[in-house]
Design a protein around this ligand. Sequence first.
Ligand code: KG4
Length: 335
Amino acid sequence: MKILAVESSCDETAVAIVEDGRRVLSDAVASQIEMHTIYGGVVPEIASRKHLEAVCLMADQALEKAGLTRRDIDAVACTYAPGLIGAVLVGVNFAKSVAYGLGLPLIPVHHIRGHIAANYITHPDLKPPFLCLCVSGGNTMIVDVEDYTKMKLLGATRDDAAGECFDKVARVLGIGYPGGGPMDRLASGGDAKKYPLPRSKVDGAPLDMSFSGLKTAALNTIHNAQQKGEELDLPSFAASFGQAVSDELVPRVEEAAKMTGRTTIAAAGGVSANSRIRGDLETMCRREGYQLYLPALHLCSDNGAMIGAQAYYEFLAGARGDTSLNGYAGMPIDK
Ligand code: KG4
């Protein structure tokens, strides 16, 4: 079954064609990063306009790259939540029109479920159940993937997302947007113990996380150094910060595995590209005897292929949209 999948929840307009949930026939992506870099973050209204400009072109490119025509497509899928609402609505309305025009089923896909499904593309042998650490620019959560479309939220951030935290600190350091990748590269060779940064604990919710205290402490460290005229050891600062983020995440994944008895672990989302987090997950899983699955680096950030992968399983489970399908800024993953 060939699904044409549209992703437009943030700053990438992506259209992919995926066969039977696992085989990517094409993936066309138009990134808006250059435009948002001017403002140091995503400007929602600009994002919506840019999606409008790019979405038809990306769909044509996806068909062309796959060597297919519209008649070869069996269903249309789109991210319908969560995300920037104006941006989400562009993809939803485009997908609705294509599905209606071609007389094809429409499959609504939860964006974070899509991130999780990036692992099915990278690892043909991966099947639920497993635990997944989902870490992106807007979401940070630990999910029990009981089945392809049955998920349970085990823990989540109480405030900022991990990616947001990377982006804000990188912006103050002036090292680029989005900041996670540059912070990761800067950290290599740095001393992760040099700058003391806090770790959070949420009373009564051992799997919940908090990043706002870490963000404030990191920004205070930068400002204090500036006020005293001291030069920050940037690689060590980036390494200390990356370690603090990883320490928020990896021990909680371990705790979640102990609580649920799951022995298969995966990671998903833009921040799952982080080398320290990947390394710490590998170390923990090796020590505990867990099987670890990490998405290919190019599938960590937003893309259409992951939406097409999850859409296949949503379709098998009976999920369908019609011309009344709406987009949503927020939606629980286990709904
Ligand atoms: O999944 P994604 O592309 O978009 C959302 O769905 O939010 O994630 C984007 C986030 C950004 O915050 C970006 O800074 C972060 O992923 N990111 C990283 C790395 N690469 C991207 N964070 C840490 N280390 C990286 N290597």
